[in-house]
Design a protein around this ligand. Structure first.
Ligand SMILES: [Fe+2]
Length: 268
């Protein structure tokens, strides 16, 4: 059962606020629902001292990411894991790494990789259980317009850690390097580190692909963007080292939500 309050914020019956919840002064849910995206600044979040400590742990964790073996020249490092989230009970369970390091995007969404599951280094358990990561997931879910799904429908939560590392004459390029959709109904991007680089603009258009709704650079840790896949197209531009640096990087966490709906057998 889904309840909406007078601000039309989705509140699931049975939802209990996570005790370490992330305080954000912006009602991102309304923007996501109406505009198809939402952009938040780091100052929109008020972190406790414990959350600031968690953030610094997460920032350092990016130094341990493995090179993306599917394009070793693109300067990308990444980890990927999944959780299952039960909205009705507000329970978030990390999935075991043997089963979760595979990430498959339909070729219709990303034709720059083959239509096969890609295996990435899993996110380690201590990071999956980090309180700030969990709070970000709760924040993102609460502000994602997934109201068409009952609170009894489990959600698969994908979490990607991605470092784009640029060197002189060697920019780092996101895939796909063009306007695209991801396939997951809602995705959030949180900047964690940005050092010594230029570029990396986040471009968002409406479904005409010509009407630009957002063209901005995330500069500070926890600058964030949410996307409703059905309503918009998006792209991240390549990053280059800035004029003062030999090497630079841009680190983000992507968090996405997909309802886990049963698929009936089809006749053979
Ligand atoms: Fe994407």
């Amino acid at each position: 059962m889904i309840i909406e309050n007078e601000n039309h914020t989705n509140i699931y019956d049975g939802y209990k606020e996570f005790e370490n919840s992330l305080i954000c002064r912006v009602n991102a849910y309304q923007k996501m629902k109406i505009m198809g995206f939402c952009s938040l600044n780091s100052e929109d979040f008020s972190l406790t001292d414990a959350q600031k400590l968690d953030l610094s742990l997460i920032q350092r964790h990016f130094d341990s990411l493995a090179l993306d073996q599917y394009d070793e020249n693109a300067g990308r490092y990444r980890q990927h894991s999944k959780y299952v989230y039960l909205p009705l009970l507000n329970i978030l369970v990390p999935q075991s790494s043997e089963n979760t390091s595979c990430y498959k995007q339909d070729i219709g969404f990303n034709d720059e990789v083959r239509n096969e599951a890609r295996k990435f280094q899993p996110v380690p358990n201590d990071i999956l259980l980090n309180n700030l990561i969990r709070s970000l997931i709760f924040h993102d879910f609460k502000n994602s317009p997934l109201y068409q799904y009952s609170s009894t429908v489990p959600m698969e939560v994908g979490i990607h850690f991605i470092r784009m590392k640029a060197m002189v004459e060697s920019p780092s390029i996101s895939v796909p390097n063009r306007l695209h959709k991801d396939g997951e109904p809602c995705t959030w991007i949180h900047l964690i580190n940005r050092v010594g680089v230029s570029g990396g603009e986040n471009i968002i258009t409406d479904n005409t692909k010509t009407n630009i709704l957002c063209n901005q650079i995330m500069h500070n840790p926890l600058d964030s963007i949410g996307i409703v896949d059905d309503l918009v197209w998006h792209q991240v531009k390549p990053i280059h080292v800035d004029e003062h640096s030999q090497v630079g990087y841009r680190d983000v966490i992507l968090i996405d939500f997909t309802p886990m709906l049963a698929m009936p057998n089809s006749p053979s």
